[in-house]
Design a protein around this ligand. Structure first.
Ligand SMILES: N[C@@H](CCC(=O)N[C@@H](CS)C(=O)NCC(=O)O)C(=O)O
Length: 201
């Protein structure tokens, strides 16, 4: 059985867990502590980030690679059937500049030189407004159907919203909130949020 090292609240791990679950892949999930990573995980992937998926000799330690591996095994609703370059653009923006802004927004103490209102306005300009615009034309980021891109991105929007829920709710992005809520309330999401005891080698 494949082994997956995961951390419940990590947005990268969430996207990977959702794709694996959707694809119906059975695995042994090992919940880790970021401050005390198990040696078996570091042996498989010395860079020390979750998620890590080990399938026999194959080690995948990038969440997007895990998603794609899972969907190549089984993709019953066609999550992969989207424009590849558009998908890539969203993911690069999310995992690159948006993730950086998210850290600045979440940990203002680490960035004392930054104005929080500036950070928030950059988040809106870079990510939330484009998401809202996309969702005005279609119910999902890349069209009328849910795709792997929605699943890859919403855990980060969730994290952003949870920093200050009141502030998030006051933003003028109704479609984005609706899209986020729909995904948060999905059975698939709740099925990957179970609590596991911490894995010990
Ligand atoms: N590019 C990686 C990033 C994964 C990542 O940064 N995960 C965080 C947790 S959310 C992590 O493991 N950080 C290591 C640490 O905090 O020690 C991926 O897509 O899988």
């Amino acid at each position: 059985m494949p082994i997956m090292y995961s951390y419940r609240r990590c947005p990268y791990a969430m996207r990977a867990r959702m794709a694996l679950k959707y694809a119906g892949i059975e695995l042994e999930q090992r919940e880790i502590e970021l401050r005390n990573k198990p040696s078996s995980m570091l042996l498989a992937s010395p860079k020390g980030t979750v998620p890590v998926l080990c399938v026999n000799e194959l080690v995948l330690d990038q969440s997007i690679d895990i998603m794609h591996w899972a969907l190549e095994q089984s993709d019953p609703d066609g999550w992969l059937s989207v424009d590849h370059s558009l998908a890539q653009e969203w993911i690069e923006k999310n995992d690159g500049p948006f993730k950086l802004l998210l850290d600045q927004y979440k940990y203002p103490n680490r960035f004392p030189e930054l104005e929080q209102t500036e950070v928030l306005s950059s988040v809106c300009k870079l990510m939330l407004k484009p998401i809202e615009t996309a969702l005005h034309s279609n119910p999902y980021l890349l069209g009328s159907k849910l795709s792997w891109v929605d699943i890859a991105i919403f855990p980060f929007i969730r994290q952003f919203s949870m920093v200050d829920l009141q502030k998030f709710n006051a933003l003028p992005y109704p479609k984005t909130k609706q899209w986020l809520n729909q995904l948060l309330e999905s059975e698939l999401f709740s099925s990957v949020m179970n609590k596991y005891p911490v894995w010990v080698d």
